[in-house]
Design a protein around this ligand. Structure first.
Ligand code: GLP
Length: 241
């Protein structure tokens, strides 16, 4: 794992956006694996800015997102589909027909997950996967578990994740309890992985992910076994390393 130490969230975002830009420039028809959450927001903001200056072209890029809440339609204000439109898709020239997320409105989990695995296979796998890190070490929505999930699956969100996402919903009971997420196996098949981590509240998870044992109870720890992982983390997030 390569760890790039940066000063703060702003520098983390610029560094990550630089790495994604390099990918898009070197392989304009690449497949980007994208993430949601507050960690990558600044990265998207920076990409949008550089696109606006004419430095980037997303017209041949395909995107596959990590996860989506089960039970939210794509146009729900808090769906990850809306998040992606708000922060990136609506501001760059990516072809909407080539942006993919799991279908949260599909009530049949098996179908939703099989369909999404088929999409990932059809696009030929992920060139660069962007990841945030949950406070409990989750990646995508792969929560701490007794085994690593190979493929897209439906997860019950843990109390800690529901609590962390509470701020986006009006009432606690509005936070979805389940989500569809790419499996750890799929994440590991990405050619390159880029992790953005910021803030003191991630410091313990980041320490465990980088230095702890590889275990499904700390899902991000599996990244130690991937040959090409870059972690861009700020000083607060690295404070326990
Ligand atoms: C959510 C997402 C993850 C994300 C995590 C951390 O649970 N499913 O992909 O990494 O939150 O979010 P944040 O970046 O807001 O701390």
């Amino acid at each position: 794992m390569k760890i790039l130490r940066v000063k703060d969230y702003r520098e983390m975002s610029r560094t990550a956006a630089n790495i994604i830009s390099a990918q898009v420039i070197l392989k304009p028809e690449c497949v980007l694996g994208l993430a949601t959450g507050s960690s990558p927001e600044g990265t998207y903001r920076q990409l949008v800015e550089w696109y606006g200056k004419g430095d980037l072209d997303f017209s041949r890029v395909t995107t596959v997102n990590l996860d989506e809440y089960k039970g939210l339609t794509a146009d729900h204000e808090q769906s990850y589909a809306r998040f992606m439109h708000r922060h990136l898709f609506d501001h760059v020239n990516v072809d909407p027909a080539r942006t993919f997320l799991p279908d949260g409105s599909e009530p049949d989990s098996e179908r939703a997950c099989a369909d999404y695995d088929a999409v990932i296979e059809r696009v030929g796998g992920v060139d660069l996967q962007l990841l945030g890190l949950g406070r409990n070490g989750h990646i995508g929505f792969n929560e701490p578990d007794s085994a690593f999930a190979p493929r897209t699956h439906c997860v019950r969100l843990t109390a800690s994740t529901i609590e962390a996402n509470r701020r986006f919903f009006e009432r606690a009971e509005d936070v979805p309890r389940e989500a569809y997420t790419m499996g750890i196996g799929t994440i590991l098949r990405a050619k390159k992985i880029l992790v953005v981590v910021s803030g003191e509240d991630k410091a313990e998870a980041l320490r465990a992910v980088c230095r702890g044992p590889v275990t499904p109870s700390m899902p991000g720890s599996i990244l130690q076994f991937h040959p090409d992982v870059t972690i861009v983390a700020d000083e607060a997030a690295l404070s326990r390393l």
